[in-house]
Write a protein that binds this ligand. Structure first.
Ligand code: TEU
Ligand code: CA
Length: 563
């Protein structure tokens, strides 16, 4: 696997800094805390650390509202703390990827403070300002009916500016105007500044939204604002320009978070010729349990939908572009709660391991989310006051308080299932106060199961989810068939079994996963006798039988000595 780029052979670990480890006892995770845990991460076997935004921010959207791209948020530490983290990570062979949030800034960014001063201000066109529309009753209304991702209108009237500005996300997150060349120049200069510090790449926040079709602003739309703007008219022009003016010459990794991306668009965003990005996050897998009202529902996913989506992306990008593989991140509920089974310790342990196996043997770069390697579960919050997330609180306000479309009891159940806060409870290090995350009460509640579900307990337990992840990661990083093999789904219709193969000139891998709590049988001859077992989540295994949430991986190498 000589000339394969390092990011195709890497396992990425996402760190939500605010909830990872608090080194100074203020209840909030910080950069020095990440540095203290680098040996844990090195021992886990991951290669790249993706840090969620650490730049100066008022924290309205926990850092995805940046007020200064060139400084570190005080609560997370100093630029010196960042440089120490970068040096210590590199000393351990770990790479650092930063979160690039350039679809919007904070409304406290200097550019916006200038932009709203007057129509003549040189920064006016850094953002998207439009006049309102006069309604029949003479009242001034927003330019169109687009809704923000965080509820309410996507337009905010600014009295100083005398116009509305666009914000696809929070009111305090005005969208940048990428059609204005000085904006692109500023962004590309900032990117080079960070790259010259020695970082190893960027995860690009909602990058598929940065090119807006000016004509669209005049039209209402029934779909949520940010889907109207996805894959806009100049998006590929801007990303090719970014590659030329910001990324060229650096040995870095780029992954685009691309809401509403399609296969054909992904082939352009993540084209093998590296003219734009290296890979993208698609969200079809995250939508398998969505509904007409989006994520606020009781819907449980169907395995056939998961297999349909994964198969579509494996086949769709094969040989043309590179996939990312993730069950969860800081915006999604915990994988084992959503796709696995937490009804018993046994099913929790087995299903957490099975989920990792079913997904990470596919082609693409695995993205682990902090705590996933422990099988951390959804928060289990009972009260609205437990929640912190702008998206969750905005949805409650709109659906329950304002529009009375959903009852309090239903919404509390929906939040328990799908709130982004499920992924943002403090990392569970040990069974001490606040799960060893902090000496002080954390900014958000600790999951009550930390007393038994924590890194220290699992480090001492050879049957733990943590030890399984370590074994799995070692296999994934070394096996050539995993990196290059083609994909075949052996049973698309089963709602219990996910059976697929990966096939290359080196040989074939069979990945069998039982997504059900019942024993399942399969044709014994489906795997040749000479195939060896690579990994499984039960002691021993019986060919042709998969116990509850059992996974088993076989491999048959045709060219001896290469696996
Ligand atoms: O998320 C983009 C996005 O679409 C989110 O709305 C997410 O998919 C959704 O909440 C899932 O229900 C990115 C960041 O990951 C997120 O944390 C930020 O809030 C958002 O952009 C705005 O920067
Ligand atoms: Ca702290």
């Amino acid at each position: 696997m000589g000339n394969i780029p390092w990011w195709k052979r890497s396992v990425v670990y996402e760190i939500y800094v605010r909830s990872f480890f608090d080194s100074n006892g203020d209840g909030i995770g910080d950069l020095a805390g990440v540095t203290e845990k680098l040996d844990y991460l090195k021992d886990l076997g991951v290669d790249v650390l993706w840090l969620t935004p650490i730049y100066e921010s008022p924290g309205d959207d926990n850092g995805y509202d940046i007020s200064d791209y060139y400084s570190i948020m005080d609560l997370f530490g100093t630029m010196e703390d960042f440089k120490t983290l970068l040096t210590c990570a590199h000393e351990r062979g770990l790479r650092i990827v930063m979160d690039l949030v350039v679809n919007h800034t904070s409304d406290e960014h200097a550019w916006f403070l200038e932009s709203r001063k007057s129509a003549e201000n040189p920064y006016r066109d850094y953002y998207i300002w439009r006049d309102g529309k006069e309604a029949a009753d003479g009242e001034m209304t927003p330019p169109n009916n687009w809704s923000s991702s965080f509820s309410g209108s996507a337009w905010q009237y600014d009295s100083a500016a005398g116009q509305y500005y666009l914000h696809l996300f929070g009111r305090k997150q005005p969208d940048l105007n990428w059609d204005h060349e000085p904006v692109r120049e500023e962004i590309f200069r900032m990117m080079r500044w960070w790259l010259d510090l020695g970082i190893d790449g960027f995860r690009m926040d909602v990058i598929s939204l940065i090119s807006k079709d000016p004509g669209a602003f005049l039209r209402d739309s029934a779909i949520r604002g940010h889907s109207v703007c996805a894959n806009g008219p100049r998006i590929h022009e801007y990303l090719r320009e970014m590659r030329r003016r910001a990324l060229a010459g650096y040995d870095v990794m780029t992954v685009g978070e691309t809401p509403a991306v399609t296969i054909s668009e992904a082939k352009r965003y993540a084209a093998a010729d590296q003219s734009e990005l290296d890979m993208v996050f698609q969200f079809e897998l995250m939508d398998v349990d969505g509904g007409e009202s989006g994520k606020w529902n009781d819907t449980r996913y169907r395995l056939s939908d998961v297999k349909r989506v994964l198969g579509k992306w494996q086949k769709g990008l094969y040989g043309a572009a590179w996939n990312s593989l993730f069950w969860n991140n800081h915006d999604q509920p915990r994988a084992v709660s959503r796709f696995g089974d937490t009804s018993s310790r046994l099913f929790w342990n087995k299903s957490a391991k099975m989920l990792a196996t079913a997904l990470y043997f596919l082609q693409g770069t695995p993205y682990l989310y902090q705590g996933e390697e422990l099988g951390m579960t959804n928060a289990g919050f009972e009260s609205l006051s437990d929640y912190r997330d702008i998206e969750s609180l905005g949805a409650y306000e709109e659906l329950v308080s304002q529009k009375k479309l959903v009852s309090h009891a239903d919404m509390m159940r929906y939040l328990k299932k799908s709130s982004r806060d499920n992924a943002r409870t403090p990392m569970q290090w040990d069974d001490g106060p606040f799960a060893g995350f902090s000496r002080a009460r954390p900014w958000i509640g600790v999951n009550e199961n930390y007393t038994w579900l924590n890194a220290r307990a699992q480090a001492a337990d050879p049957d733990s989810v943590l030890h399984y992840y370590k074994r799995l990661i070692r296999i994934l990083r070394e096996d050539p068939i995993v990196c290059e093999g083609g994909y075949e789904d052996l049973d698309k219709d089963s709602e219990a079994l996910y059976l697929y193969t990966r096939n290359s000139k080196e040989g074939r891998i069979w990945v069998f996963s039982n997504f059900s709590d019942k024993e399942q049988r399969l044709d014994e001859e489906i795997v040749p006798r000479e195939a060896r077992c690579l990994i499984g989540n039960y002691d021993g295994h019986q060919r042709g039988i998969l116990r509850a949430y059992e996974c088993i991986v076989y491999e048959y190498v045709t060219i001896h000595g290469t696996a």
